[in-house]
Design a binder for this molecule. Sequence first.
Ligand code: DAH
Length: 357
Amino acid sequence: MSSGSDLAYLEADVLKEIAEAVDLAALDAVRVSAIGKKGRISELMAQLGKLPPDERKTFGATVNALKTKVSDAIETRKATLEAAALSERLASEREDVTLPVRLGAEMQGRIHPVSQVLDECIEIFADLGFEVAEGPDIETDDLNFTKLNIPAEHPARQEHDTFYFNPKADGSRLLLRTHTSPVQIRTMQTKTPPIRIVAPGRVYRCDSDQTHTPMFHQIEGLVIDEKTHMGHLKWVLEEFAKAFFEVDTVTMRFRASHFPFTEPSMEVDIDASAIGKPGQWLEILGCGMVHPNVLANCGLDPERYQGFAFGMGLDRITMLKYGLPDLRAFFSADLRWLRHYGFSLLDQPTLGGGLSS
Ligand code: DAH
């Protein structure tokens, strides 16, 4: 039977083992050998039954007290070892967040200048309260022309050098949209005003030289409400031009023009000082007040609603802003060109951070 001095010896021995445990695994081994099911202290409890009843109580209490003392000591040592393990990890896994980003494979890719400019435009128009709308590249004659107040015999149909598909049995023909303006129609047919959308996308015309490619990009704008007027149109375009060319002031010239879907219609030039070339006017877009016929074609009452629209060549404003001379290079899939003129993935245009950095 264990005497008091045996217990004192056991206690000292176990506490020493605990103090000397070098890591969490060693400490757990000490725990198992002392107070685990078959541990040295647990086994003392098994002797209880053999003791005379009067000794049982005090011996039981003593062993229990020893067990508590040992498990407290284990917890304390455990906390110390855990803290040491954590500081060792923190020291060895240190990261210097001020180091430049390591260029992985994905960082070698480049964003095409047109994609970058599209993101810049969306950022600007979203900030002005516009939503992005989309339409298909393959359109009907009706949406690309007729509903836009361009009837079958209208000369604008010839001007657009349209790519047509073979006629269907009923004589109707699908086509590759020649402009993003059909998205205006799709929007007015499905939404009730107030409408504020921009519709970017690919458009197609049978044309090719240094400044024309058979496929190019436009962004269309449309605002319809009850009291929208030309002052709003001019303000929106001016805000856009300032934000896009990243200048405080832009001088703009609104020239009278003609589009079948707007009345009045204008072409807009900017004073090229905005891009560091004073003394020149550069045309950037066409615009106007939506023609009452177009509103009526979409089921909107022209007596109640009015608004403005504009259409801008994305490739053209990309060439102007970033000084790219030849449009054909945009679509020639030349990796050297893309590496030179493209943008990094991390170059996300934001108004707060500056559109182009
Ligand atoms: N759709 C015209 C084009 O491709 C551009 C345009 C002009 C769009 C005036 C408009 C507008 O919405 O109002 O040449």
